[in-house]
Design a binder for this molecule. Sequence first.
Ligand SMILES: Cc1cc2nc3c(=O)[nH]c(=O)nc-3n(C[C@H](O)[C@H](O)[C@H](O)COP(=O)(O)O)c2cc1C
Length: 326
Amino acid sequence: MQIGNLDIVNPLFLAPMAGITDHPFRILCREMGAGVVFTEFVSANGIIRENMKTLELMKFTENERPIGIQLFGETPDIVGNSAKMVYDMLKPDIIDINYGCPVPKVTKKGAGSAALKDLCLMDDITQAVVEAVPEIPVTVKMRAGWDQNSLVSTEAGVRMEKIGVAAITLHPRTTKQQFSGMSNWKLIKELKDAVKIPVIGNGDVKTSEDYNKMKAETGCDGVMIGRAALGKPWIFNSLQKKSSEKFIIDPDIGQIINISRRHFVMLTEYYNNNLSVNLAKKHFNYYFKGFDGASFWRKQFMQIENTDEIFSLLEKMEKALASNLY
Ligand SMILES: Cc1cc2nc3c(=O)[nH]c(=O)nc-3n(C[C@H](O)[C@H](O)[C@H](O)COP(=O)(O)O)c2cc1C
């Protein structure tokens, strides 16, 4: 698959997820089969103001490539200028524009999926970004439309292609739906039939059956995985059934503890102690599910306050599970 001038060897994408897809998580997903990763959505305003926290969200390392940085904002000038700044500072492989965020804090200003209510504004923002970063492909990620009475993904996709967007990711739920119901994969097929640029299907892919079904039903060029990767970075290998000594596809709890420990080590290397403990608690809630005693261990982790305690609780858990004691 080609996204502009970028050769994508493995068209399996880690979805941008706020508060989740930071550097440590992206590294784990890349190691476990994700072909392309994205940062979470980053505020164009924050970039222009050189807000330190915003700039931190975009840092990445060479072994994460190919990586896309996702931007959101409400005016062509701001989003375009921020894209140019990002390219000059970091040289990511892709700039992606967020036209999917349903959160009122974002949409009430006209950013995220609010652009689906004003396709002319969506055109102008996209045009500004395409012109600002001619060196790299610009992609967009969008929802189906604002509500069931305004499903605009196909029309918007055709307009995006004309402007020079190199690929489109479609999560075919409406803004009003948030995460309820199911994604309407028919709209992915409709978009795929309407444009020549690659279409990346997204929404509700959890198993290799879903993965194969989405590809067969929609003809999409790539698949993007969001929630199914939470606490399961190996999902990318599982979906492709990449099984060998090197590729973990169905880890047992001992292996999951090792993966979570490595995740935590990366968090401590990247963040201060407090933040790494809090983020570990969030990820561990996803990792430690679906085995006998899982909720007991999740509760233990929730009470933890410092990094040493996390390491010793992981060790305790390993020993207890090995001897069936908990
Ligand atoms: C916690 C969380 C944070 C998200 N943050 C973003 C984001 O920053 N940018 C974006 O385009 N989508 C975001 N999404 C939406 C996902 O990228 C994806 O489109 C959605 O979860 C549907 O895919 P899935 O069914 O594979 O999860 C987020 C989703 C979740 C669950």
